[in-house]
Write a protein that binds this ligand. Structure first.
Ligand code: SF4
Length: 420
């Protein structure tokens, strides 16, 4: 049996129930969604059809996909053969290419043509995608890092401007890292999975602003072609941040019914449009949304982001309504319990009371909130210190009173020494 399948954390029955699909895909008991999408044929000229026609096709095929996925997930239905021509996977790729011409990947809805590279949107990106680094992440939640790491790929830039960003070197420097093609990105994911990672963890900055390259890479992984050649692997290795020779490539770790298989994990601020959610619904096996700010003015003041609460709560509700696997992260911030932590936890309790929540205590002043840095801005004084013990205990106490499912995923590290 796969050691990942034996992690003590799965003895928490609520957590195991919430992440059942993801766990099955991670150990290759089930095929990932992108593998299923590849079996659904598309009767449309993807290059010649209008964008409107492509969306109509997606809307028509989504129920077909869901029925197929649910049949495999719930009733053990067999996986079909790959489509002989274009598939739903290709349709997703074609749609993101069209969206790039009037970018509406995220809720800013900038409508700029990122292929032209003239006028740029809030993320300051044209069509290129840059990867800052990628590696077997040992620091994610146990359900994601497992015993061999979460296959985490860090993209540059962001669509939000969190003054305290804990990844500020990546999110505020759009020219960090290396430009990658979809082929190279697919090679990175391929390497991580064959080396034993339990998932491909798309993160940043934020992955949403790189949607077109990520979806094209996933389509490449699902197209059944040969593994990446030597030249592609050499390019992929340029930004790999863990030693290649530490890991053996084992093909059997990555196959379902002879097809490349790995769960896709969307690790995001969740400031996405409805269109992006509709595409990702067909490709993402497990979601890891950040839910940071309350409904007041904190998102505007601290992250210069409008419509934050409405957008994130809408997208979270869809996850719950759609029966998706997900865990929520909430980073507790100093001086922001009344305005952010309590309303966020209250909302979760009201709308998705069984959702696993990681109430994170690792806040540290960073980027524009760190008084030791040159770019420190005193207007963020409220965020210029670490959490006090009472603040994190108050957050846990509030979650306890609400009956939230947070303990297994929040406190698992304290059990690590006992179990491994
Ligand atoms: S990804 Fe978001 S911020 Fe960037 S151009 Fe598109 S809509 Fe604007």
């Amino acid at each position: 049996m796969d050691r990942f399948d034996e992690l003590w954390v799965w003895t928490d029955t609520a957590l195991a129930a919430s992440l059942g699909w993801y766990r099955d895909v991670a150990v290759n008991r089930k095929p990932a969604k992108f593998v299923i999408a590849r079996t659904i044929p598309v009767e449309l000229d993807l290059d010649g059809a209008s964008e409107e026609a492509l969306w109509s096709e997606l809307d028509a095929l989504t129920p077909v996909f869901l029925e197929t996925w649910q049949g495999i997930r719930d009733r053990g239905a067999p996986l079909g053969s790959p489509a002989s021509g274009p598939s739903l996977l290709d349709l997703c790729r074609a749609l993101t290419e069209r969206m790039l011409a009037h970018c509406n990947f995220c809720q800013w809805n900038c409508a700029v043509d990122r292929r032209a590279g003239g006028k740029l949107g809030t993320c300051k990106l044209a069509a290129d995608t840059r990867v800052s680094s990628y590696f077997h992440h040992p620091g994610e939640e146990l359900v994601y890092r497992g015993n061999r790491g979460s296959g985490t790929i860090f993209f540059t830039s962001c669509n939000m401007r969190c003054a305290f960003c804990q990844n500020g070197d990546i999110s505020t420097d759009k020219d960090n890292g290396e430009v990658v093609s979809a082929e190279t990105l697919a090679a990175m994911a391929w390497l991580l999975r064959l080396e034993g990672c339990h998932n491909i963890n798309w993160v940043g900055g934020d992955p949403t602003i790189h949607l077109h390259t990520i979806v094209a890479a996933i389509a490449r992984l699902g197209d059944g072609r040969e593994p990446p050649d030597r030249d592609r692997l050499r390019r992929a290795l340029k930004t790999k941040a863990d030693p290649f020779h530490d890991f053996n490539l084992v093909e059997g770790r990555a196959l379902y019914d002879g097809r490349f298989n790995v769960p896709m994990l969307w690790n995001s601020n969740f400031f996405m449009t409805e269109e992006t959610m509709k595409i990702l619904r067909l490709l993402i096996d497990v979601w890891l949304p950040d839910f940071k700010f309350g409904p007041g003015r904190c998102a505007t003041r601290l992250a210069r982001t409008a419509w934050y609460w409405d957008t994130v709560t809408r997208n979270l509700k869809w996850l719950a309504d759609w029966g998706e696997d997900f865990t929520i992260r909430h980073l507790v911030m100093p001086n922001h319990l009344d305005c952010c932590t309590y309303p966020v936890l209250d909302w979760i309790a009201e709308h998705m009371p069984t959702a696993p929540v990681n109430i994170m205590d690792q806040y540290h002043p960073d980027t524009f909130c760190d008084p030791r840095r040159r770019q420190y801005d005193p207007k963020y004084e409220d965020l210029s210190r670490r959490l006090k013990r009472d603040e994190i205990l108050d957050a846990y106490g509030h979650a306890d009173r609400l009956g939230l499912a947070y303990k297994a995923i929040t406190h698992e590290r304290s059990r690590l020494g006992l179990r491994f």
